[in-house]
Design a protein around this ligand. Structure first.
Ligand code: SF4
Ligand code: SF4
Length: 467
């Protein structure tokens, strides 16, 4: 009789709870739940074992049947494999998908100026390093748009995939005159086919300068406005202040009202400080009930020299998970966790968590320099070209090539991590300012990825029990 040799995949991980073990392959992303009592038997495949040699040890036929059913399920999701080479094949397959820079996202840094002096602003904190720019001119904005159109047209297969243009700063509304003409040019380019039909427009603003006339124009151009707010007045005013140190909260709230009165979908960008996290109900009530947001980004604090407070990463991760459960009921879209939830539910590997990684983004500085990540705009690191460069080939650029591979799939420390397939690797800018390299781990994010995955695995289990 033919014997079946089976091995435990090196990407297999086990999560135990009461009488159940979730068996999970970090690149196949399909948990299989087995009785916890079977786990020691499954682990005997670690160095390779013959299935038929193990089945003799069961006292009853029922136990043997349960074991064989579990083995079949684990073979399907590749937790158990017939040849260890399958592990190499699967990781190589996904690694092959990296290293191909192509931008789907363009940031226009319309100005380096800002009327706020948020204490945690990672761009402002580099002011000492000469980030002191004026506004982008109309000419540079148009050249930037042409630059983006030229680069995306170089790959006809990817051209029609959704593109996103983000208006950013500083405070982008301080350069409203250029923003308003740029909107018209973008619409014209969509009509002419220079930009794909699926081009979405976003603006990240502090909201304080929004007027109803601006809101009408932004609405007409379908710009998704995302206003920065961190919770109630005490949480928001703690870190966000005017240049003279004055409180900003009431002016931010007015920005939300202006959007609401204009009938816009309202987005928010919420940086999770300890103050926002510590009062979950208040922060959620401000975002959902008072501001009426329909989509939201919950951001982890970036930290440079200074340390984040003890336990911050765990508390922030827990906040995001709890918030997601509320958002799910209320139909609110939260980007950060949705990316992971979608990867998990669709069993798809999520190689990159920010546009810069994958080489999927260009950032256009106010003076026309073009780079990968706006975090580095002050020092102009990873800014290899400018909007005047008509020869720039993103596929041949060394910076873009490096960033396009910056995925947990290619980071040695990530290979044994259970979150490998859904993580995306966080923020390389954070990794570099903390540890000196974009290839280092973003440890705040590791906590978020791992806690989220564990939660998703058990949330799915509970759902399967309900049906
Ligand atoms: S590396 Fe960090 S700061 Fe830069 S674009 Fe990505 S998430 Fe943003
Ligand atoms: S970045 Fe951290 S959480 Fe993500 S795969 Fe690597 S080790 Fe795991």
């Amino acid at each position: 009789m033919k014997k079946t040799m089976l091995f435990l995949s090196k990407y297999a991980h086990f999560f135990r709870k009461a009488f159940v073990t979730a068996c999970y392959h970090s690149l196949r992303i399909m948990p299989v739940y087995i009785p916890d009592a079977l786990l020691p038997m499954i682990k005997r495949f670690n160095e390779g074992a013959v299935l038929e040699n193990l089945t003799g040890s069961f006292a009853t036929k029922k136990e043997k049947r349960t074991f064989l059913t579990a083995v079949e399920a684990l073979k399907k999701v590749k937790v158990l494999i017939e040849d260890p080479k399958e592990d190499k094949d699967v990781i190589n397959y996904f690694r092959e998908l990296t290293g191909k820079p192509y931008p789907h996202l363009a940031y226009f840094i319309l100005t380096g100026r800002c009327n706020f002096r948020c204490k945690y602003c990672f761009i402002k904190n580099q002011e000492e390093q000469e980030y002191n720019e004026k506004d982008m001119t109309e000419e540079t904005a148009f050249k930037g748009l042409d630059f983006f159109c030229r680069i995306i047209a170089e790959d006809s297969k990817q051209f029609d995939l959704e593109k996103t243009i983000v208006f950013y700063g500083g405070e982008p509304l301080l350069n409203w005159s250029v923003l308003s003409v740029l909107l018209g040019r973008i619409r014209a380019y969509i009509k002419e086919g220079k930009l794909p039909r699926k081009t979405t427009l976003n603006m990240v603003t502090n909201g304080s300068l929004l007027t109803s006339d601006m809101a009408k124009i932004l609405k007409r151009h379908n710009v998704q406005v995302s206003i920065s707010i961190d919770g109630d007045d005490s949480a928001t005013n703690l870190n966000r202040v005017y240049g003279d140190g004055g409180p900003v909260y009431q002016d931010i709230k007015r920005g939300f009202r202006v959007c609401k009165d204009a009938g816009m979908n309202i987005g928010a960008s919420c940086t999770l400080s300890m103050a926002s996290i510590s009062d979950f109900n208040t922060t959620m009530s401000v975002l959902l009930d008072e501001c009426g947001v329909t989509n939201l980004g919950l951001n982890l604090m970036i930290s440079g020299e200074e340390k984040l407070e003890e336990g911050y990463s765990e508390k922030a991760a827990e906040f995001i998970i709890n918030a997601f459960q509320v958002f799910r009921e209320r139909g609110v879209y939260e980007d950060r966790i949705m990316r992971k939830a979608s990867a998990f539910l669709e069993n798809t590997v999520w190689p990159f968590d920010c546009g810069a990684t994958g080489g999927n983004q260009i950032v256009i500085a106010p003076n026309g320099d073009v780079g990968i990540c706006h975090g580095f705009i002050a020092e102009r690191k990873y800014f290899p070209t400018s909007v005047n460069d008509k020869e720039f080939d993103i596929r041949k650029d060394r910076d873009y090539e490096e960033w396009s591979r910056r995925s947990p799939l290619n980071i040695p420390e990530c290979q044994n991590c259970f979150a490998l397939g859904i993580c995306g690797g966080g923020c390389p800018f954070q990794a570099e300012i903390k540890k000196g390299s974009i290839w280092a781990l973003d440890e705040r994010f590791c906590v978020h990825s791992k806690m989220t995955l564990e939660w998703l695995i058990w949330d799915l289990f509970e759902k399967t029990q309900e049906t």
